[in-house]
Each structure stands twice: as C-alpha cells, then as structure tokens.
Design a protein around this ligand. Structure first.
Ligand SMILES: Cc1cc2nc3c(=O)[nH]c(=O)nc-3n(C[C@H](O)[C@H](O)[C@H](O)COP(=O)(O)O)c2cc1C
Length: 199
C-alpha cells in the first residue's frame, strides 16, 4: 500500500492501442471522471474546467470530425496514414474533451485586475492537473489513455455537433479504453539536470 501511488505514477503511460473491454460500466467511468472534475484544484477555486465525455456513436462522431477536418489540410499522399492513425482512436471505449470556460476567466480578470495576466495561465495549469488526475484515475482502473490535440482545427465542428457554448475553449482530447498493447520503453533525463534540493 505504501508504494501504491509511486507505482501508479510509473504505470500511467500514453496508450495508443485501445480496446473496448472494461469491468466498468460507462456510468462508473463517468463517476470516476466526475470525481476528478469536482476535486481538481483551480485558481481562486474558480472551477473553470469543463468536460464532455463521449461514448458510443458520439465518440465515433468526434473522430469522424477530426478526420473530415484533417482531410481538408493533409496532402493526398499522407491522408491514408492519417486515416489509419485516427482510426486507432476509435477502437476504445470513449473520449474525454477538456475545455476551459473563458467567461469564468474574464469575470475573474474584471474582479481582480491585479492578477489579470495570470488567470489564463492558471486556467491552463489547472486544466492540466485535471487531465493528469483523470489519466491516473483511469489507469488505476486498468484503462489506458492518451492525450491528443486536434484543437483548434476541430473547435467549430465540435461545438456544433455537441451543442456546446461558444465560450468553452477546447484544450485537449483524451481517447481511452482497455490496454491492448503496453507503451514502449521510456527514457528519462538524469535527475541532477532537473532537480535541485537545498537544505
Ligand atoms: C501537455 C501535453 C501534450 C501532449 N500532446 C500530445 C499529443 O498531441 N499527441 C500525443 O500522442 N501525445 C501527446 N502527449 C503525450 C506525451 O507525448 C507523453 O506523455 C510523453 O511522451 C511521455 O510518455 P508517457 O505518457 O507514456 O509517459 C502530450 C503530453 C502532454 C503532457
């Protein structure tokens, strides 16, 4: 139990080969994500993060949007490769969309002008924390995930397709599912280059 968290840190990886097997129901997965969203810290407790969870046909629809938008800009000789990559994100259980509510940030900037420049940065930092919390929580339930960034290319179509407010800014997409193939070995920089301890 003592090293439980350490092990989880190490075992959370970017998983690209996803399947749709899980002991958990969609409702249980939603509860796990909801808990992280509730307890994730945010600047001034602003709770500016917004999350959309897509399962089933909604989830397939997201990756169809990504493909349609990529098709408009990817050269013909690269499109087959792109299609194959995007299709790997469709084989899992669902995809989580991470947003930040820009109205919340603007309100804070008006309320606390002294920190106006910081709120957009803090909002991103908090959303990153949420992404990591969820990534870790999914791994704890033996589910794999990766972090994708097809925004801003897909922003407009995503908002239309899922009827989302204009002031929700899309930051990341996290496809998740069962782990069908483990991640490759990962390299690490020497800790001496990255950490200084005094005292
Ligand atoms: C802020 C951030 C952005 C990332 N963007 C992408 C991305 O767009 N596509 C992708 O496949 N992986 C993305 N990753 C995953 C990293 O490549 C990955 O975390 C890193 O190589 C370490 O591997 P690991 O997640 O297996 O530990 C991102 C990770 C972070 C933290």
């Amino acid at each position: 139990m003592e090293n439980y968290l350490n092990k989880l840190y190490e075992e959370r990886r970017s998983i690209y080969h996803l399947g749709n097997h899980s002991r958990l129901t969609e409702q249980q997965i939603t509860e796990i994500i909801t808990l992280a969203l509730k307890f994730c810290p945010s600047a001034f407790n602003s709770q500016s993060a917004r999350v959309v969870i897509l399962y089933g046909s909604y989830y397939q629809k997201l990756w169809d949007i990504v493909l349609t938008e990529l098709d408009k800009i990817v050269p013909d000789n690269k499109i087959q490769q792109t299609k194959e990559k995007i299709n790997t994100f469709k084989t899992g259980i669902g995809t989580i969309l991470f947003f930040e509510d820009q109205n919340t940030i603007e309100n804070l900037q008006q309320q606390f002008p002294l920190y106006a420049e910081n709120f957009p940065l803090w909002s991103l930092q908090s959303n990153g924390m949420l992404q990591y919390m969820i990534w870790l929580a999914l791994k704890e339930k033996q589910l794999g995930a990766s972090l994708q960034h097809y925004n801003p290319l897909i922003d407009h179509e995503v908002k239309l397709a899922f009827d989302l407010p204009e002031h929700w800014k899309l930051l990341a997409q996290m496809p998740f599912g069962s782990i069908e193939q483990p991640a490759d070995e990962k390299s690490f920089l020497p800790m001496e280059e990255r950490l200084k301890v005094f005292g």
